[in-house]
Write a protein that binds this ligand. Structure first.
Ligand SMILES: [Zn+2]
Length: 308
């Protein structure tokens, strides 16, 4: 879906374009993207994984006949950052604003699957179509200059785009070691990347404590619309219910209740979000995995929360 969200804005402030990340059945997902239009230039939040997604962003800039001069990555996950290289191939001057957490990821999490990926590429039993994502992954980590920011976000900062002011915030040890989220006071919108994911939070690189704090901080702001990393934009009240479900689910996982109780805590408290996924079994399986394999593994929690 590509939609121009027309909220009630001051006449001088253009709306933004929302490009929905797809979750294909047999391929890896793309994260959502946002394109802002300034008087002479364009700015994009997150660039997707597949060329088809990134090309939608470039098409918006081409249609307006304005260059993309800045990219903001909410976090380093490759469904949000792989497209950086493609954007910069079209617009070589584009600056990259992101957390420096990607530097650690390039030496750790992102390296873990390299050998497996290389083996898949030469395995005749793996269908050609399934090798597309593998190639995108290997190419992305082979090109760190398009993942590591030349404009590191190390704390709150403001970007000007014409008369518009975008406020960047950094959440430490939340969905990743460093998550950038963006507040646009003019459109009363926040863009939070994978700090909010429909139908459920992904804990593979997440730290529950820091994440809860980030969601609480966001909830205090004045905004009408929240754009998640995956899923459709939601109203502030819907986000508040997501946040409550997050707090209840992670508190359960930190206690001693059976895993199934914690899973039910999410599926009930976040029922409208769970219902947005086509496969009802998906959420149960994913939540069970996160409770047993991440949230209840002390060494993993310590690592993801940055504790020695
Ligand atoms: Zn994502």
């Amino acid at each position: 879906m590509i939609a121009t969200v027309s909220l009630v804005l001051a006449a001088s402030v253009a709306p933004y374009t929302f490009i929905e990340g797809k979750l294909p059945k047999d391929a890896q997902p793309d994260g959502n993207s946002i394109v802002f239009e300034g008087p002479v230039e364009m700015l994009v939040i997150d660039t997707g994984r597949h060329p088809e997604h990134t090309d939608k962003i470039i098409a918006v800039a081409k249609a307006r006949n304005k260059p993309i001069t800045a990219i903001i990555n909410t976090h380093w996950h490759l469904d949000h950052a792989t497209g950086n290289a493609r954007i910069r191939a079209a617009y070589p001057g584009a600056k990259l604003y992101a957390s420096t957490a990607v530097e650690g990821a390039l030496k750790g999490f992102l390296l873990q699957n390299v050998e497996k990926a290389k083996a898949r590429l030469v395995d005749p039993a793996v269908p050609e179509g399934q090798k597309v994502g593998t190639r995108l992954y290997l190419n992305a980590i082979d090109d760190p200059a398009n993942l590591v920011p030349d404009q590191p976000v190390t704390g709150p900062m403001t970007l000007k785009l014409g008369g518009r002011e975008l406020r960047l915030h950094l959440a430490k040890h939340a969905a990743t070691e460093g998550d950038v989220w963006v507040h646009d006071p003019a459109s009363k919108t926040v863009f939070v990347g994978d700090l909010v994911v429909v139908p459920l939070p992904f804990f593979d690189t997440g730290c529950a404590e820091g994440w809860r704090q980030a969601l609480a901080e966001i909830d205090q702001l004045e905004f009408d619309t929240l754009v998640p990393g995956h899923g459709l934009p939601m109203a502030h009240a819907a986000f508040t219910s997501y946040r409550r479900a997050f707090d209840a689910f992670t508190a359960c996982a930190e206690g001693s209740a059976p895993t199934a109780t914690c899973v039910a805590t999410w599926t009930q408290a976040a029922a409208p979000f769970v219902a947005m996924h086509p496969d009802p079994k998906y959420s149960e399986a994913a939540l069970t995995y996160y409770v047993d394999q991440v949230l209840r593994v002390p060494a993993k929690r310590a690592e993801l929360c940055g504790r020695p």
